[in-house]
Structure formats: C-alpha cells, structure tokens
Design a protein around this ligand. Structure first.
Ligand code: URA
Length: 231
C-alpha cells in the first residue's frame, strides 16, 4: 500500500496534507526518514511513525458529511457525481454512504466501511429515528399534521409508522420517521396533499448534522459522536 494512503487510513490527516507532511520529513518507516509519499509499505510488518508517534491501521472509519444537493448517495455512478467523489483521494475503497438521500436533498450523511453499524442503523426492525427539515409548498394544516402523525398510505403494503411532526416556520416542518422507504418523506407529504420543495436530513439516531461544516465537506466522527451513533 502507498505510504500516504496508509497514513490517511490511519486517520492522521487528509491525503493532500499527508503528502506535504511526508515531503517535509515528518514520517519515518522502520526508523528511517522518508520523503516519498508514493512509496510502497507493508501495512502489517513495517513500523510507520508520524510526527514521532507510531500509527496503526484502523479497521473501521467513520465520516460525517454535509451532503450538498446535486450529488447522489452511491459509491459509484456512471453519470452522476457521488458523495464518495467529493472525498477524492481520502476515500478508502471500502467506504459507502449509510442510507439514501435524494440527489436534490442535502444534509447529514454518514460514510463508513462498518457494514454491521450500517445494518443496525438501517434495519427496519430497529426503528432508528431520521429527522428531516422540510420546506413545503403550502402551510401544513392541522389535518395534514394529524395524518402524518398517525401514519399514511404511500402505496406500500402497510401505512407508514407514526411520525413526529414539529412546526418550524410558516411552511417549514421537522419530520421524524423511523423507516427509510424510497422517497418516503416526499411521498408522505404528497399523500396528505402537500409537497416538499426542500429537504434536509438533520439527524440519524444520536448523530446530528454539524451545521458548521461547509456543504460538500466532511470530517471524522468525534469520540462522543461514535458513542452516540451506536444503537
Ligand atoms: N425521504 C425522501 O423523500 N427523500 C430522501 O432523500 C430521504 C427521505
């Protein structure tokens, strides 16, 4: 594996920063300073130190991204730009986004290589909450609110599970659902006679969107976020 990729996978920095750090002499391989970012290393047997500290390969890695509109939440797509394309060189080959978010929707996207965690978060049996900010075409009526709270027919076998609805403005609501059917939020609002014109995911279980992140950017989850995301 390339030295800069190994260090990136260890979580010590982004690929571009690490390339610079290697060139400036911050990295040793088996005690010998190296300035060659593309040098091949043996990730099991070589001893790599960054800034004097030994690095070990991380099996699982977790990123929180502020997905912008205009990109698709897939690992690859022939025509469209994906959330992983936004990560460029930082994207390990085994990363994938957890749960779909439409191309025209934005907000919280968890990106990881931890399949077991993804399964826990997405399993219909676990009822993990997903909270969305929705701007609507029309003010939500009391009747529409009550129907969403009760569960609505969106053409599936069963009506949707009861949702949490909070008014957040004239035509803005916070909708919390515990399922993840295709286009679920848009279909729910359409089923009650309204329409979603803007959709942002703001929470998934205990993981909250970091509004301080620029759209399209991402960062590693903090220790505290790691604890909160476990179901
Ligand atoms: N519901 C939708 O309609 N779209 C999404 O992207 C997520 C939930």
């Amino acid at each position: 594996m390339r030295l800069d990729k190994f260090l990136c996978d260890c979580g010590v920095g982004t690929r571009s920063r690490l390339k610079k750090d290697i060139r400036s002499g911050l990295v040793t391989v088996n005690g010998v300073l190296t300035t060659q970012a593309d040098r091949q290393i043996d990730e099991i047997n070589d001893r790599i130190c960054y800034n004097g500290r030994p690095c070990s390969y991380e099996k699982y890695i977790y990123y929180l991204m502020y997905k912008p509109t205009g990109v698709v939440s897939a690992t690859e797509d022939k025509r469209e730009k994906t959330v992983l394309d936004l990560m460029g060189d930082d994207a390990r080959d085994d990363l994938f986004p957890v749960g779909r978010l439409d191309k025209d929707a934005e907000g919280l996207m968890l990106i990881t290589n931890d399949g077991a965690l993804a399964h826990e978060l997405l399993s219909p049996a676990k009822h993990v909450e997903k909270e969305y900010e929705c701007r609507l075409a029309y003010p939500l009526t009391d009747e529409q609110k009550a129907r969403l709270e009760q569960g609505v027919d969106i053409g599936e076998k069963e009506p949707t599970r009861p949702a949490g609805v909070r008014r957040a403005g004239d035509r803005t609501i916070r909708l919390t659902i515990t399922e993840g059917k295709f286009h679920q939020v848009k279909r729910m609002l359409s089923a009650v006679g309204n329409e979603v014109i803007y959709l942002k995911r703001v929470r998934m279980g205990g993981l909250v969107l970091d509004e301080g992140l620029a759209k399209g950017s991402y960062r590693r989850l903090t220790e505290r976020e790691m604890e909160r995301i476990r179901v």
